[in-house]
Design a protein around this ligand. Sequence first.
Ligand SMILES: Cc1cc2nc3c(=O)[nH]c(=O)nc-3n(C[C@H](O)[C@H](O)[C@H](O)COP(=O)(O)O)c2cc1C
Length: 370
Amino acid sequence: MPEIHSSNDARDYARSRLPWMVFDYIDGAAGEGYGEALNRAALRDLRLQPRVLNDVEKRTLAVELFGQSADLPFGISPMGMCNLSAPGADLMLGRLAARHRVPVGASTAASTSLEDIIKAAEGHAWFQLYFSGNEASSNALINRASAAGYETLVLTVDVPEVGRRPRELKRGFKMPFKIGPRQFVDFALHPRWSISSLLSGRPELANFGGDFGEFDRTASRAGADWSLLQRLRDRWQGKLVVKGVLDRDDAVKMKSFGVDAIQVSSHGGRQLDSAPPAIHALREIRSAVGETYPLFFDSGIRSGEDIVKAYAMGANYVFLGRPWLFAIASGGESGLEQLTRVLTQETSIALAQLGLCDMASVGATQLKSS
Ligand SMILES: Cc1cc2nc3c(=O)[nH]c(=O)nc-3n(C[C@H](O)[C@H](O)[C@H](O)COP(=O)(O)O)c2cc1C
């Protein structure tokens, strides 16, 4: 496997290895993909102010997260069907989380059971809930997560309907996926993926079946409202994070409902093509909820400098999505470790350039208005 020197490398290698259907599922976005590109461009356009002669020899990337120490300032956002990138991907992500003491999101739509993910992550997993439209079955999942040892629940609220993602639609992507003539050609042209993936068994939605019925990825969740959030808050004793917030008034209301943290996110541009860049929403929401309320961020983070920028815009923790799956598709567990090293080095070097020794010192003063 060629060495990964940047998240772009991981994407390039993944593109050449994955069937088009799988690459387009991971890489794809809502509409024209303009919102997805804008997320990245808005981050790129931010400038950081270098400072010199500050003795930055002893630097640490550890940050405090819900009262515990995470070794790295970035984690793994919840993603459905990760095992499409390679067999065992969810467990690789779990082990990565355990090694670096960072959170990994276990999606409702995961291709490995929530029990197996938290075991691999040695407790460093957060359960991500998609409200199913049927509250009893959502509650059953929450109870199951609690019994498995999950202490943090992430409620994703930005999918009232699954966004239209033309690249997926064009490839005929469905879960569980069907192998028609088009997919057959696609898989035949990517034999390395096909042999390992199809021999290990087609990835499935592992949290469903039996008592838990079926999960329809495209089902409407449009009935969710504030009273649902209130009931969930009353029911869940652990930490509650709401993911997929871009509006300051929504954020202020969530804070008043007793939500422990908000993950500012545009779902990586996969939901509303016309959404504002998530990084700008982060700054607005930070000014609305005050200095100390925990805010997490994802959508478009591709480098250590991006990570530092998100902290400067008000994040207390940052997550990445697609790059992890690209790293797995490129080089499995070793690809993941390489990407982690890249992001770690980039973040640490960026801190040094800014004259800082830790992430807690990063703030708005590091931003240079151009
Ligand atoms: C393949 C894929 C599957 C995803 N599945 C979920 C999911 O099941 N639940 C969820 O809350 N977010 C899901 N997301 C969104 C991510 O958690 C995250 O918000 C997004 O990927 C961040 O943007 P980035 O990919 O630009 O880093 C998914 C994203 C991708 C790329």
